[in-house]
Ligand binder design. Sequence first.
Ligand code: SF4
Length: 617
Amino acid sequence: MKNGYWGKVLRANLTKRKMVVEDIKMEDLKMFIGGAGLGSDILRRRAPSGTHAYDSKNVIIFATGPFQGLPIPGGAKFSMVSISPITGTFADTAAGADWGPALKNAGYDALVIEGNSNEPVNLYINDDRFEIRDASRHWGMDTYETVDAIRNEAKNNRLSIACIGPAGENRIAIACVAIDKHSFAGRCGLGAVMGSKGLKAVVVSGSRSVEVNDPIRARELIKKYQQEIIRTVRENGFRDHGTPSICETAESLGDMPIKYWDGDVWPEGAKKLGAPNYTSALNAKPLSCKYCPIGCHRKIKITEPVEYAQEGVGPQYETLGMMGTNLLIDDPKAVAWANDMTNRLGMDTISAGAMVGFAMECYERGWITTKETDGLELRWGEPKVLFALLEKIGTRSGFGAFFVNGTMRAAEKIGHKAVEIVAHCKGLDLPAHDPRSCISLAPTYATSTRGACHYRGAPGDVEMGGFFVPEIGITKGIVKFFERENQAMIAAKCQDYFALLNSLVLCAFMPDGGELSFSSIQELFNAVTGWDYSTDRLIEAGERIFNLQRLINIRDGYNGNTDVLPNKMFKIAKKGFREGKAIPFEGLMEDYYRIKGWDSKGKPLQATLQRLGLMWQ
Ligand code: SF4
């Protein structure tokens, strides 16, 4: 096929120990594009209503889109889709490194994992050769040891490996999937779903070239966009300092979490954690996924103090927020150490930081004491407490076992008013961006189909003045901080746009940071597929995918009553940028539902579903 796809899915049934290749209908790819969109469609069909994350009926879909396997900047990614053990509904998460291109080069658009194995297994895929093998000797290893062991055994350092660590094996609901000791499919607990299936690792290599509709045009465009993105990120400093560059700005705008969302300002902490201090203290250099001109990831080297000595992947902004300012820890080396521990255990650093902040607040309020915490005094600002709790949570030991099913379930066990202080949407902990600062994040978090997420739509970056998509009406100056006008509109449109990006599986930092325009992405899409999609048709695909995910949420028991924000988001700041400001939540949600074409209870109208071709439900 000369359109960027193979039209093939590899299905692996771990109960039956059988693998088969099946065709994907081209009509489905035209509707759902690939990645998160294709995964959502497969999830709807294969995981029926009522499926628990750990049921053998649950499936995990690893999916690529039309851009994988080509040297497209930001295209070396893949999506994972499944039922989350945290939210009990649709979840998607994405990662980079080299795994997505490797699966595509092996000749598949997607891999679907079905059934559960009673014994630990690995999956090996190399072009036409694929098999399920025993993984008992790898079970118990951390994510870095697993990659090293599998590569050493195969005497092949180029194998790309998606694996879980002890947290996934122990079915800790915030377990992530680690790729090549470099990138992490972090949110929603899909590492725990892999663990429940007995699947330790998926090992991929491929040698096939993907064919496209217009190779000359595609090559020209790729070269042009590479150069444009390099120029942009050199000018704006994103390449030199990565996401730690936003710490000081985020804090000054009241966007960064402080003391588990109760603090208003902490400029000194943000300054120490963020760039340029981060870059010099951690000897940080850019680290790229394949073909990426930005290299937002950080390769760090710490030589002293000796207890933090390491060389590897450094923390991103989200981790600096959730394990730094959120816990009143201001030492970037300590956060780097915690980041490395969490990556090796195989957990989401955002939710792990949230859990520790929640536990510290419960301790401060007297709802838990050293009796419950195995003698630990959970004091704010103490890196050693953070390290100890991460170890306990990741290995399900002692007090850590409270957190096995997520922060909300831990709060229910703790009692008192602990449930009321959890900062979450659909059970998923808030990431390190505060909707009290950028109020367009309020409907975005409340309705995000995977639970609270700032990157299933990034309207906050529009409010802050750094991200625009004029092709779909998101222009400079369209919203102002704390003013309601157009906030719901940018939230709704950004969600559709990011649903599209996650289905192309194009890294969102290409447009949001690298300033790659919607028109450029559209040009590239048409050169690759030959489908000649207009702007309207392409963004409509994003809208269709978002609505499909919403329908899965509704099927699984979510509705307008669950489109809410946590209590902490209604606490008014006493100082700083958002002093005295409140989110006009109800009015915002009314605007949002109307723009989405949903009824007053948050259900898509029949006319909306008909327009989007989702009338099967
Ligand atoms: S910007 Fe970062 S996450 Fe995106 S492709 Fe580049 S290195 Fe990977």
